[in-house]
Write a protein that binds this ligand. Structure first.
Ligand SMILES: Cc1ncc(COP(=O)(O)O)c(C=O)c1O
Length: 376
């Protein structure tokens, strides 16, 4: 049989997309480098595991998974409505926040629509825009902060949507709430603001822009995305949600894959949302470990961004791939930020305390080696 002609077969938008490269898994590193006792600080997962409530609830599912889940995840959406004070009709759920981003993208992005995306941010926004054959318009990031005036300056009659990640990944920076609120009010009504708050649970309340309050107060071009993957520790189960105007949510629900939130995801999600003690323990841990990181980074005289998330962007001063490899050879997986044109930076998830101590031991050694070899 002859080879297929992928150029001819493919959606031209799909051909244009960049590959999303996830953090390396422990198994991959075990296989590739033959190492044991690996730690992964690469995907902003919760080092505490997940809520014991979720674990208990999942046990009850044995023997029930032959039945399709509720197509519209009524119980989960009801619980989210109760927690957020929004109407059920304003809430859509998906296969992680990624699933919600894709579902929303399918519902709104048309061929040649302009979509404004900060030049340093979560890569999935660019991928879905390209798949839908929209046009990505990059906005500036200055000193690792999203430049809101530059976004406003980039709006044209063709702009369909703006993606805004706050706090931002990979920087961990959060925008001042007053600036953000003023920005929201300046965006024309017909331009959709897609606000990804995947890390909002880690942000100090005083820095939270109260996006839900603004939405409920009538900001009708705002669509908020959140996830249970991070603070709630359900990354492996895949559940996220979006909050937006009822008509838009209804369209998103119309185009999204049926049953994209599995029975397992709905049951675990519902249980995790009720476990405030788990969230509290996660937050207490992340605050403590962040101070430990800052203290150790200061000792190493490295630059970093103050983080409002569960990860920290560190400027190693050396080529990020080189440091990444040196850490990997010591069994420590982090994320190089080279793909964001931050050539000397790595992004490191806060692990458990012992993992963090091990990371700093490995980082100290890696930096010494790099300095000795004159890397960069
Ligand atoms: C900013 C941001 N949005 C969305 C996601 C996707 O999260 P989920 O696991 O819910 O798909 C991530 C995951 O890392 C993220 O960093």
């Amino acid at each position: 049989m002859s080879k297929i002609n992928i150029e001819k077969l493919a959606n031209s938008g799909a051909l244009r997309t960049k590959k999303y490269i996830p953090g390396k898994s422990k198994q991959e590193v075990e296989r590739e480098l033959g190492l044991k006792d690996i730690i992964k600080l690469a995907s902003n997962e919760n080092p505490h595991g997940s809520s014991p409530f979720a674990g208990e609830a999942l046990k009850g599912l044995a023997g029930k998974v032959n039945i399709y889940p509720d197509k519209v995840s009524t119980d989960l959406r009801r619980k989210l409505a109760e927690l957020t004070g929004c109407r059920e009709a304003e809430i859509t759920v998906g296969n992680g926040a990624d699933g919600v981003i894709y579902n929303l993208g399918m519902a709104v992005i048309d061929q040649e629509d302009e979509v404004i995306i900060p030049e340093v941010t979560f890569p999935v926004y660019e991928i879905i825009t390209q798949v839908m054959r929209g046009r990505v318009v990059y906005s500036k990031v200055r000193e690792l902060r999203i430049d809101l005036p530059d976004i406003l300056a980039g709006i044209t009659s063709k702009t369909k949507a703006i993606f805004l990640c706050n706090p931002n990944n990979p920087t961990g920076d959060t925008l001042p709430p007053q600036e953000l609120t003023a920005f929201f009010r300046q965006v024309p009504e017909e331009v959709l603001i897609i606000l990804d708050e995947a890390y909002i649970d880690f942000t100090d309340k005083s820095l939270n822009p109260d996006s839900i309050g603004l939405f409920k107060g009538g900001l009708n071009n705002l669509f908020i995305i959140r996830t249970l993957s991070k603070a709630y520790g359900l990354a492996g189960i895949r559940v996220g949600y979006g909050i937006g105007p009822g008509e838009l949510v209804s369209l998103v629900n119309q185009v999204k894959p049926p049953f994209d939130v599995s029975l397992i995801a709905e049951v675990a999600g519902l249980a995790a949302l009720a476990d405030s003690a788990f969230i509290q323990a996660t937050l207490t841990h992340s605050i403590r470990e962040k101070s430990y990181f800052y203290q150790e980074l200061d000792k190493l005289k490295l630059k970093y961004v103050i983080s409002h998330t569960n990860f920290i962007l560190i400027d190693t001063g050396f080529d990020a791939s080189d440091i990444f490899d040196r850490l990997l050879s010591r069994g420590v997986i982090v994320r190089s930020a080279k793909g964001y044109n931050l050539d000397t930076c790595i992004r490191v998830t806060l692990g458990g305390h012992e993992e963090n101590v091990r990371f700093f031991q490995a980082l100290g050694e890696a930096l010494k080696e790099a300095a000795a070899k004159g890397a960069f």
